[in-house]
Design a protein around this ligand. Structure first.
Ligand code: 3PY
Ligand code: MG
Length: 252
């Protein structure tokens, strides 16, 4: 549940530790359970999860006061408009490799005059009842988060992190491991070194850092390094773990 009246974007920018988990199942009930369980935010994964925009909107409705950030299928304009118009607290753009790509994504996220976000009416605008309030506040109140998850992104991290309007860089350790030639080995020294390089550049640029991990052990070292936007665990993995544990206990 939302802890206070500050927006998710403000909480992110202020450096509050925000613990979320990854939602991959098209189930409003599971989203509602995860929100009620007390996560600070939910990472709604439309990159890999089987969601269309209407289904993603149902997840946001089910989450109630728990802020939801939509990980887009890509940094394209159409999904950015839809994700923000259905009321996401922010977007996470995957596979951002260059400063040009990063600049373009920020443009799509911001209303004029800062950018070129399309103007329409959706759930974010209370279907029109809060149109003016929303368009006046949205540029400040929506979080723009870009994923660094390739060798090219790490090579360009300094310039990506310094682009105005980028609130956080979110490391994708799995895609990064693939890009560095050690797919799935997220603790490989090459992956750790690349993450450290990105972390140093983001800390110098004064923007926040996020990362995904499947377990507490996977994310803890990064929380200790100052990463504040944490995604730990996945809805499917929570179900698998509990189901297997209870079965093993009963049979054991
Ligand atoms: C990755 O590890 O590649 C991710 O995108 C995690 O969300
Ligand atoms: Mg990824």
């Amino acid at each position: 549940m939302q802890q206070n009246n500050k927006s998710f974007a403000d909480r992110l920018r202020s450096g509050e530790l925000l613990i979320g988990c990854l939602v991959s199942l098209n189930s409003p009930a599971i989203t509602e359970i995860l929100a009620e369980a007390g996560f600070d935010w939910l990472f709604i994964d439309t990159e890999h999860g089987a969601f269309n925009p209407e289904q993603a909107q149902s997840m946001l409705q089910a989450a109630g006061q728990c802020p939801c950030v939509i990980r887009l299928p890509s940094g394209d304009e159409i999904w950015i408009k839809k994700a923000l118009d259905i009321g996401a607290a922010g977007i996470i753009a995957p596979q951002v490799h260059t400063p040009e790509q990063a600049k373009q994504i920020v443009q799509y996220c911001k209303y004029s005059p800062e950018g070129s976000r399309g103007v329409g009416i959706g759930r974010a605008h209370k279907y029109g009842m809060a149109f003016e309030d929303y368009i006046n506040a949205a540029n400040k109140q929506t979080a723009v988060i870009l994923q660094a998850e390739s060798q090219q992104a790490i090579d360009n991290i300094e310039s990506i992190a310094n682009i105005a309007g980028v609130d956080a860089i979110f490391i994708g350790p799995y895609d990064l491991s693939a890009s560095l030639g050690c797919i799935g080995k997220v603790s490989d020294p090459k992956v750790r070194e690349a993450i450290n390089k990105a972390a140093n550049s983001c800390q110098r640029a004064g923007i926040r850092l996020g990362i995904f991990g499947v377990s507490t052990d996977a994310v803890k070292p990064y929380i200790e390094k100052g990463f504040t936007l944490i995604t730990v665990g996945v809805d499917t993995l929570f179900v698998i773990k509990s189901a297997k544990e209870i079965l093993a206990e009963c049979r054991g």
